[in-house]
Design a binder for this molecule. Structure first.
Ligand code: FAD
Length: 449
């Protein structure tokens, strides 16, 4: 099989070298590594399709991988097999004159899309995840990444006009309007059922995304940044709720533990506005009233510092805190946030001494999505300390359980959440049926479901 793969992509684009296998044995999360059998780096969708045909015939697992920046273990090759590195699919296509939509191949990273569009006076709605300088378009769609700008636009799916996906049997499907060969990927909701949605959040289990078509917008004139300090979680949640209700923020986040020193209090809320000068003025005025009503204290410099560093700050901060890192996160209604957050704080209080002795740190925050809030709990340690590494994995499971029981719906399903996936009931059965029908030999990222 290895020589067949080498024939498809050229010998220089396959590898079985030990040191390379180790580089592909894990993602950015502190999930225990597993080695793939080989790495293949295709340069086109046609090569992806040929690789799938071979793997399907040999019933070999195929694990698609973008930047490997996910933190839930999703591209870890649980059952060995072929690691399909999609970073070689790198073209950005601006189809019409003004660039009302942009097509990016799976391996294109977010900051590249942003840069190409900026030169034309356009921009994408969501700016990609906070890992935008490395995360790929294909990988982000596959995990349903929560992106900068989620407060205004919601999930990544709202920005997608269509996808091109290679299925396990090597056939290539274009979704939405592009199901018609004479059309482009300009409209998701047409030609029957929404098959684009099948790939969003599918973590490489149903097909390999080879191309993503995204909406674009006129480049914004202005940005404004705000930060507020609150003396109770309820007040902070009320403030975030107000921003959501009145559709004000482009992006909005909450700090609960630790609250940055510059903000202080029990919780901090930062948000960013984007638009024309007059829109920013109007929205800024409305937002200040909402903050005042919720008893927020303005800490304006922090908002600017936080959002201006948005493409680099998180990588640096998390690198320093860990660098080993796991995260449990999911969505709930905004006003239920304080109750769940308090349970999480209680959980950590009981483990304060143990975590301190092992050098384990944690953080709790929130990200506003248009109609809900994402509640991320990050756990950090140095992986050099084996006992700490093992313990953060068990903390992860306990927290996933605690949060799921309180209604939090995980948006990454990586290998760490496999026990929770099975509790979806009929939803899980339907997912499995779809998987069995699209991938009867279970070659695509097996072990995830
Ligand atoms: C500093 C930092 C900040 C981050 N911030 C955020 C954030 O704000 N929001 C957020 O959601 N995440 C965040 N992440 C996690 C991660 O970066 C994102 O979720 C990112 O979108 C994953 O993209 P990737 O290309 O690295 O995918 P990978 O990690 O390579 O893959 C993720 C999953 O998708 C599958 N996959 C990859 N490519 C394809 C494809 N073309 N077709 C089908 N399946 C595929 C893989 O098999 C795997 O299951 C952050 C990570 C870091 C390190």
């Amino acid at each position: 099989m290895y020589s067949l793969l080498a024939e498809i992509v050229g010998p220089e684009n396959v590898s079985r070298e030990d040191f390379e296998l180790w580089c592909y044995s894990r993602d950015a999360g502190s999930v225990f590594p597993r080695l793939p059998e080989c790495i293949v780096t295709p340069k086109s969708k046609e090569q992806v399709a040929e690789i799938l045909k071979v793997a399907n015939e040999y019933k070999k697992p195929v694990i698609p991988r973008g930047a490997g920046s996910s933190m839930c273990g999703a591209p870890v090759p649980l059952k060995g097999g072929v690691m399909l590195d999609l970073t070689g699919l790198k073209r950005i296509k601006i189809q019409d004159e003004e660039g009302l939509f942009v097509r990016a191949e799976a391996g294109v990273i977010w900051t590249e899309i942003i840069e190409v569009l900026k030169q034309r006076g356009r921009e994408i709605g969501l700016e990609g995840p906070w890992s935008a300088p490395s995360a790929t378009a294909g990988g982000s769609v596959a995990v349903g990444a929560i992106c900068m700008g989620a407060a205004k636009y919601g999930g990544l799916g709202t920005q997608i006009l269509g996808l091109e996906v290679a299925l396990a049997d090597g056939s290539i499907v274009r979704t939405g309007s592009a199901a018609n060969r004479n059309n482009e990927m300009v409209m998701r909701d047409c030609n029957g059922a929404d098959l684009t949605g099948l790939s969003i959040g599918s973590h490489g289990t149903l097909g390999i995304i080879t191309e993503v078509s995204l909406k674009t917008y006129a480049f914004h004139e202005a940005e404004a940044y705000y930060a507020y300090s609150f003396e109770s979680l309820e007040d902070a949640a009320r403030a975030v709720y107000g921003l959501a209700r009145d559709e004000i923020a482009f992006d909005c986040r909450m700090f609960v533990y630790p609250v940055p020193e510059e903000i202080g209090g029990v919780a901090g809320v930062v948000y960013m506005l984007k638009g024309s000068g007059s829109q920013i003025q109007e929205l800024g005025g409305k937002s200040r009233k909402i903050m005042q009503l919720a008893h927020g204290k303005s800490i304006s410099e922090f908002g600017e510092q936080y959002y201006k560093g948005r493409f680099t700050a998180r990588v640096k901060a998390f690198g320093e805190a860990g660098p080993g890192w796991l995260e449990v996160a999911g969505y709930i209604p905004i006003l239920r946030y304080p109750a769940v957050a308090k349970e999480i704080i209680k959980y950590w209080k009981k483990r304060e001494e143990e975590a301190k002795n092992l050098g384990i740190k944690w953080s709790l925050g929130a990200l506003l999505e248009t109609h809900s809030i994402n509640i991320p709990v990050a756990i950090f340690c140095s992986e050099v300390k084996r006992d700490a590494w093992q313990r953060i994995n068990s903390y992860w499971h306990e927290l996933a359980e605690l949060m799921y029981e309180r209604g939090v719906s995980p948006y990454w399903i990586g290998h760490l959440s496999s026990h929770i996936v099975k509790r979806w009931g009929p939803y899980y059965q339907l997912y499995k049926k779809i998987k069995e029908s699209l991938d009867p030999n279970n070659i695509l990222n097996p072990g995830m479901l």
